[in-house]
Design a protein around this ligand. Sequence first.
Ligand code: ZN
Length: 446
Amino acid sequence: MTEVYAADHVVPVGAPPLRGGAVAVADGAIVAVGTRAEVLNAHPEARVEELGSAILLPALVNAHTHLEYATYGGFGDGMTFGPWIADHVARRPRLEPGDVEAAAALGALQNLRSGVGTIADASFAGASVRAASEAGLRGIVDFEAFGGKGQDPAPTVERTWERIQALRADASPLIRVGISPHAPYTVTPALYRALDELALAEGLSIITHVAESKGELEAIASGTGPVAVALLALAEVEASGLHPVDLMAELGLLRPDVVLVHMVQITPEHARLVAAGGAGVAHCPRSNALLGCGAAPLADLLAAGARVGIGTDSPASAVDFDLWAELRTAIYTARAREARPDALSAQQALELATIGGARALGYEDTIGTLAVGKRADLTAIDLTGSPFAEVEDPIASAVFAGSPERTLLTIIDGVVRYRRATDDGRLAAALAAARPGRARMIGHEN
Ligand SMILES: [Zn+2]
């Protein structure tokens, strides 16, 4: 059965916007993109869904998430990075069985509601695998590993591999499970090496947080500073004396199946090194700004040719999973940092959140643009009531007015996974299920 989605504006990304456009979908793939008349003439048998005054786009790629932290919003506002991360570590034991699963399910639904079709998730508990799978999301979920100074890497690697194999049983065909060595300040170089051996042997992707804060640089250069002190309870930092990006280079972790998250405290030379290696970069400007970590040099990364995507991180640091808000922040941050209005256009920002993120995660042949032969991952936003209706420039309008509330639907692999008109009850149920865990973390037992 062929389905046609028709809208006043279609933004294919990689091809010019179409006024009065349509996209035909069959067997989960895109089979036609064009004007409404062209597509309907080619597929007269199709079932047609009219989206009216909406903008139809590729579903977004959220290049960095922690679905399990959907309920962590607003904890420790204004804290510096070291005490902030220690606060999260201290709250986690208050959660009860089921709390993490409920949070992850909520996070997955919130991503769908933000027009996201593909995620790259760093998962502490493994619950993201089932949550993403049940929501119908596409992407990678990498299971986190930690290990400090003086610890033998072997048992951690063994435990991690056992968990990954078990998690694969929960994964849908659209979700790939990999490894996330957390960061250079919580994972020793020896453990990075041992986990990487496993990744190479088993073909697993890697996600790791790199060069996020100045505290991280200090901690891994000398083993001192507030991040090192805050993390003593978790894993004593091992000082390598290197900048985190140089450490990743030495470990061979700048290759294409690695995603480097944050990359804030880097030089233009680091940007060139990462681009040459081919690693993906997840730019998370709201998280970086709110934690006072700084503004990543996005212009340097793009000029160097790095494969950059945009990620919301999680509500623990970045308020919510609204990737449209993240895109706007990427624009504000880039233009303010470079003091140029053309430092990042709305079109470039939308590319980062679609084909850019797809490239960063190795999905550029599968998704990221509306093109015949790609998998049918689409989203539609309704700008009725926004300052941008009647729409003049559909790309700028989508980027500056897109939001979860304005998302009409999200389609992944040809299947409608979120529909605003009918999913209010589902959202309310997910929020209600996740609330008791949040109350426990706050200390509101009843
Ligand atoms: Zn993260």
